[in-house]
Design a protein around this ligand. Structure first.
Ligand code: SF4
Ligand code: SF4
Length: 474
């Protein structure tokens, strides 16, 4: 009996199968992932062989696969099938990915011994990264070195995939190059090299530990919530870390007091959230296939405002208590223990659970910007500036909009972009991270990310329906 395809689509409704080159790329990347899992499972793979196979396999395999996938197609929007693939439509594969990611974060934060981190000598997964850590800083890997290496690998490999996918759009191309470079240099290589030069994490020959401070220059307070913790403030001032320690202290303070408000005034929060931030970088690259899963409901918008501003208040209060404790040399404020009342709950609830476990682990369920949208106090801080005192807006040429909804579908921040476009209204929203994807996927060129005079940027224009055929004057 012959089977009849019931689809009435004028385009081919079936997803194309991977060809042999794509399959080879997938196999290579799969081999890399397999090596990671085998080492985690305790299979004795010599790290000097296993690590290059894992890292290069994932990187080269992903590049081969995505080059073949996207360069074979014309330039333009390429999200075909995202609502039908199991991984990207909350199907079985999506749930498996979510559970594996969430489980990994739980072990990373609270049970690192289960991924092989041992003070007496690493095993398994963490031990696989020992040669690279020895190369940078002459000591075995920690779970955080493993994490930083994999994080950078994900942003680089999947960033290249993003470059192929959005190569029709110059904004996306340049932005993604900056995202990859920021992670690679500012968050990974420079900190590891500084650690190798004994600038931020030293135990002396006599066994005295001189302390640690964070050397990721772009990890600004309040995202870097422990910037003012006493151990970090002391490490900044440690004599043997100078002049680097003092420089990082000054730059860190300047970042949130001066740099952030000024740049956000001129270009909106996009300079940080979509161009340099590590969390945003992962969301834009590894999280790109999940961006359509962000909720567009009004209730989600309401929840977003409550949550993000609550976290902001929490971090401000916690930091105020921390600074008070540091300068008055006390562990209490108003009779409350600073560590137990403020720092420990913030670190557990926000620093680990929200930003890590939920923020990344839930990509396949809730979209790629769960943390940035609902929790990040840095995004909240810049969002207030962007909403009330900035030159940034997305302009909409409402007469051209055909209401296809692409923009709203792929807005990772859950903004109903189409509703603004239909009215020809500027989009001035605190949560917009300026990723520009709404503009990149618009088939009519309706949306433009612009910086301009503050005056009139939130004025409501007449409501335009169709090509200025009907106008509702205000
Ligand atoms: S409105 Fe556009 S630029 Fe802003 S977050 Fe959404 S998709 Fe990105
Ligand atoms: S603005 Fe563009 S992408 Fe959004 S609904 Fe209108 S035509 Fe579609």
């Amino acid at each position: 009996m012959s089977s009849v395809d019931p689809s009435l689509s004028i385009a081919n409704p079936d997803l194309k199968d991977a060809d042999v080159v794509q399959k080879a790329g997938l196999a290579l990347a799969g081999l890399g992932v397999l090596v990671l899992f085998l080492s985690w499972g305790g299979v004795a793979i010599p790290p000097s062989i296993g690590l290059p196979i894992a890292l290069l396999g994932i990187l080269v395999g992903t590049v081969i696969y995505s080059a073949r996938l996207y360069l074979n197609q014309p330039e333009g929007i390429k999200n075909n099938g995202v609502w039908f693939r199991s991984l990207t439509s909350r199907g079985v594969l999506g749930w498996v990915a979510g559970i594996v990611l969430t489980g990994f974060y739980v072990l990373l934060y609270w049970f690192p011994e289960y991924i092989g981190f041992k003070a007496s000598g690493n095993e398994g997964f963490v031990a696989l990264f020992d040669p690279l850590s020895m190369f940078f800083k002459g000591k075995p890997a920690s779970q955080w070195f493993l994490y930083g290496t994999l994080y950078t690998l994900c942003i680089t490999a999947l960033g290249v995939k993003f470059l192929f996918k959005y190569r029709h759009n110059r904004y996306q191309f340049v932005r993604t190059l900056v995202v990859i470079a920021s992670q690679l240099f500012l968050a990974y290589l420079i900190p590891e090299i500084l650690a190798g030069l004994n600038y931020n994490d030293v135990t002396t020959a006599s066994g005295e530990y001189l302390g640690y401070f964070n050397t990721d220059l772009k990890n600004s307070w309040p995202l870097d919530y422990d910037f003012f913790y006493d151990w970090q403030l002391n490490a900044f001032q440690e004599p043997s870390y100078q002049p680097v320690g003092t420089l990082y202290l000054i730059i860190g303070i300047a970042m949130f007091l001066v740099v952030t408000p000024i740049i956000t005034y001129y270009v909106g929060k996009r300079w940080y959230c979509s161009w340099v931030c590590g969390c945003g970088g992962l969301a834009e690259t590894a999280g790109d296939p999940f961006r359509h899963l962000s909720s567009k409901k009004l209730s989600a918008w309401r929840l977003e405002r409550w949550l993000i501003h609550s976290v902001m208040v929490f971090v401000f209060v916690m930091t105020a208590a921390t600074i008070y404790g540091y300068f008055w040399n006390t562990g209490e404020v108003f009779g409350l223990n600073i560590y137990k009342t403020f720092q420990q709950p913030y670190g557990f609830l926000i620093g680990a659970t929200f930003s890590g476990v939920i923020g990344v682990g839930f990509y396949p369920m809730l979209g790629n910007r769960v943390w940035c949208r609902f929790g990040c106090p840095m995004a909240g801080y810049m969002g207030i500036i962007q909403r009330f005192k900035s030159r940034f807006r997305i302009t909409t040429n409402g007469g051209q909009c055909i209401s296809c909804g692409n923009c709203s579908t792929y807005c990772e921040q859950g903004i109903d972009v189409r509703s603004y476009a239909q009215k020809g209204q500027n989009i001035v929203r605190a949560s917009c991270v300026g990723c520009g994807v709404c503009s990149a996927v618009c088939p009519r060129g309706v949306l433009n990310l612009e910086n301009g005079p503050e005056q009139g940027r939130t004025d409501l224009p007449p409501i335009i329906i169709g090509n200025e055929s009907i106008k509702v004057s205000n």
